[in-house]
Structures are given as structure tokens and as C-alpha cells.
Design a protein around this ligand. Structure first.
Ligand SMILES: Nc1ncnc2c1ncn2[C@@H]1O[C@H](COP(=O)(O)OP(=O)(O)OP(=O)(O)O)[C@@H](O)[C@H]1O
Ligand SMILES: [Mg+2]
Length: 369
């Protein structure tokens, strides 16, 4: 296995950049996840690393070797595609061993490698079947197995779970994580599923419109997103974004005063009447009580019982005619709420994130507080 290092990689199609100035280094053995909305350039990055696409500019290293000019088959990386094509006329065993045989491995090595991989992916009982005799989930595992059997320098996985149903997706995700813990192969994994990104990654790279928005471990990206795009992309339901004004002491959200925590106040150092977008995650909002003073009043629009908690989608009530904001709140499953109820809400103020409404940048993290 080896590190994978992208240095200022740009890929243009005619004049449009699919990815622009991408720089990151995945250390040997780590599991990194590229995440972002459709069309943001995830597959282009993987294809460039695999050598299936050529960067317009920039350098790519696998280990210490500059591989810009190295053809795909000599890069020793294994890619599993979004639509994991298996060879339909080959059995599972032949599919699994294909890459090894192409590289001239001897029969004994092939056999033992296939047996180990098949066992670890729970497909040992399927070795004699053809792909059409397998379920989607089984085919997916064969595609992963084919990559693993080669023992490459790095795995490049492009949405490998996207064709599975929810249950199988959860199971296979956990299997993948275990597999990585056991094999420790450098892995770059593409998904637009933020749960996969959060649960699998050592580091997440968030992309939007071909550019890196933020690189970090899942917890810090979740707690301190670099900008509003990251804040609303990671987390389900997403972070609430509430337009607010600020007078140097308090924020005002649609006429509701929200005290500004001291450390934020020091960081913001405002002139008069600034506008910000305040971010707060649903789990940092609770029903106001004797011990938790009320900050906002909302009207319940939709109630979604999720078992472990209830998700309430509500509308912020304005004292003056202002923009209507939606607020997502998570409450305990025993709370009784119905559509139309008015709820007093308390915000955990030290979890507020302040965004510049023009650029979307997180102003807390820029000030390093
Ligand atoms: N061969 C091509 N010619 C022109 N534009 C392309 C080509 N391949 C990709 N693009 C463009 O590059 C951008 C990035 O595409 P890419 O496939 O990397 O996105 P993605 O993040 O993998 O999206 P998805 O989640 O839908 O798979 C898109 O805007 C796409 O239209
Ligand atoms: Mg893609």
C-alpha cells in the first residue's frame, strides 16, 4: 500500500473545469472519503488517480512515484466503479481472480487469495455462480472482492454501495469498515451519502463545483463546517440556517433577540447592524423550560416520528414581516406535538455558528475560536 498525493490537479473539458486546483495527501493506510453533490467532480478525481482520465495540469504521486505519465495498468491501484460491471460469462471465482491472472500470478497464489477474499466478504458459497445468478448485493461484494484480491497499492471506490437497498447498504458499510481495519489498504471512497462519509472516513474531503470546500475528520467538519455549503450538506436533517441581524450585543432573528455568547462577541467585533446567517444543528435546539429560557417561537408544520426521536419541521414565527425560516428540531419520542402547535424553543448558544451571508464562510472558525 502507498500514500496518494494530488498536487494542484485541474481537469478541464474544453474550457470548463470539472475539478480545479485539487490538493490533498492521503497517508498510507488511511481511509478518505470524497463527498459532495452530483457533478462536483468526485468521479473525475478517482478516474484521474486511476489513470483513466488525464489531468490538464498538476502532479499525481502514488507512493513516492510521480505517475502523471504512467498508464493505468501500471499504477497498481484497483478501482470499483459506480456501476460495478462484472464479466457476465465468468463465474464468481473467475471474476475474483481475473486481475491476478492478468498479472501472471501462479495458480496456487490465485486459489488461496480467492478463498481468503471470498470468506471475508461472505461469498465463498457463490464461487461457481455467474453474476446473473446473484443478488445486487452479492454482485457488489464480488466487485469489491475482485479489487481486494489484487492487493493493490490503493483502493478507489466510486459509490460502491449505491445500488444496494438500505439494510444491505448498512451491513456492507460495516463490513467495509472492518475490512479496512484488517487490511489497512489506502482507500479513497466516493459517495454523496453523508452517513457513509461520516461513518467510514479517517478524513472527509468536501467538494462543491469542482473545488475543495473543507478537509477534516468527520467530527470537526460536523462541528465547525468551513462554510454554509458544508454545514447544510453534512448532517441529516441539515444544520438550520437563520438570517439574523447583530447590534453588537444581541442577534435578532425575525424580531426575536438571541444573546450573543461572549466568545463570539469578541470575535465578531461588529460595526452597527450587521447581517449574518446563524447556523444551529437540530440537536442543539430544545423545548424551552424553567431552566432553558425561550429564544424563539415556532409553529409545527410537520411531525416525523423516527423511533429514537421525533423530528419536527417548523416555521419560525416573526414579530415583524420578515423572511419565513424553517427550523428543524429533534425532540424526545415521548413529547406529544401536533401540527399547528406553537413551541417555545431554546438554543444552545455556544453551538451557534455564524456565517457571512455573502460568501457563506464560517466566521467563528476563521477567527479560530
Ligand atoms: N467527458 C466529459 N466531458 C465533459 N464534461 C464532463 C465529462 N465528464 C465529466 N464532466 C463534467 O465534469 C463534472 C464532474 O463530473 P463527475 O462525474 O466527476 O461528477 P461526480 O461528482 O462524480 O457526480 P455524481 O455524483 O453524479 O457521480 C460534471 O459537471 C460533468 O458534467
Ligand atoms: Mg460520480
Amino acid at each position: 500500500m502507498a500514500r496518494v498525493y494530488l498536487e494542484n490537479i485541474t481537469r478541464r473539458y474544453s474550457t470548463v473545469a470539472a475539478i480545479e486546483d485539487i490538493t490533498f495527501e492521503v497517508p498510507e493506510g488511511q481511509f478518505w472519503v470524497l463527498v459532495g453533490p452530483s457533478g462536483c467532480g468526485k468521479s473525475t478525481i478517482l478516474r484521474t488517480i486511476a489513470g483513466l482520465d488525464t489531468a490538464t495540469s498538476g502532479n499525481l504521486y502514488i507512493g513516492d512515484r510521480l505517475v502523471n505519465q504512467v498508464p493505468a495498468r501500471e499504477r497498481d491501484v484497483a478501482m470499483v466503479f459506480q456501476n460495478y460491471a462484472l464479466y457476465p460469462h465468468m463465474t464468481v471465482a473467475e471474476n475474483l481472480s481475473f486481475g491476478l491472472r492478468m498479472r501472471g500470478a501462479d495458480a496456487k497464489t490465485v486459489k488461496s487469495r480467492i478463498e481468503t477474499v471470498a470468506q471475508s466478504l461472505n461469498i465463498a458459497h457463490l464461487l461457481d455462480r455467474k453474476p446473473r445468478q446473484l443478488s445486487g448485493g452479492q454482485q457488489q461484494r464480488v466487485a469489491l472482492g475482485r479489487a481486494i484480491a489484487r492487493q493493490p497499492q490503493a483502493f478507489l471506490l466510486d459509490e460502491p454501495l449505491s445500488n444496494l437497498d438500505a439494510q444491505l447498504r448498512d451491513d456492507t458499510r460495516a463490513e467495509l469498515k472492518q475490512l479496512h481495519q484488517r487490511l489497512g489498504v489506502t482507500t479513497i471512497y466516493v459517495t454523496h451519502d453523508q452517513v457513509e462519509a461520516m461513518t467510514l472516513a479517517d478524513r472527509i474531503v468536501v467538494l462543491n463545483q469542482g473545488r475543495i470546500q473543507q478537509i477534516g475528520d468527520p467530527q470537526s467538519i460536523y462541528a465547525q463546517p468551513a462554510n454554509q455549503m458544508v454545514a447544510t450538506f453534512l448532517g441529516s436533517p441539515p444544520m438550520n440556517i437563520l438570517p439574523a441581524t447583530y447590534n453588537g450585543n444581541d442577534f435578532q432573528i425575525n424580531g426575536h433577540p438571541i444573546p450573543c455568547p461572549t466568545k463570539l462577541r469578541e470575535a465578531l467585533k461588529p460595526s452597527l447592524e450587521q447581517r449574518f446567517n446563524l447556523g444551529i444543528r437540530p440537536e442543539h435546539i430544545q423545548l424551552a423550560s424553567d431552566t432553558h429560557p425561550q429564544h424563539l417561537t415556532v409553529e409545527v408544520a410537520v411531525v416525523e416520528p423516527l423511533g429514537r426521536e421525533i423530528l419536527i419541521r417548523s416555521v419560525l414565527l416573526a414579530e415583524s414581516q420578515g423572511r419565513i425560516s424553517m427550523v428543524n428540531v429533534q425532540v424526545a419520542p415521548e413529547v406529544r406535538v401536533t401540527v399547528g402547535d406553537r413551541l417555545p424553543l431554546h438554543l444552545t448558544l455556544d453551538r451557534l455558528v455564524v456565517f457571512d451571508p455573502t460568501t457563506g464562510s464560517n466566521l467563528n472558525s476563521l477567527q479560530n475560536i
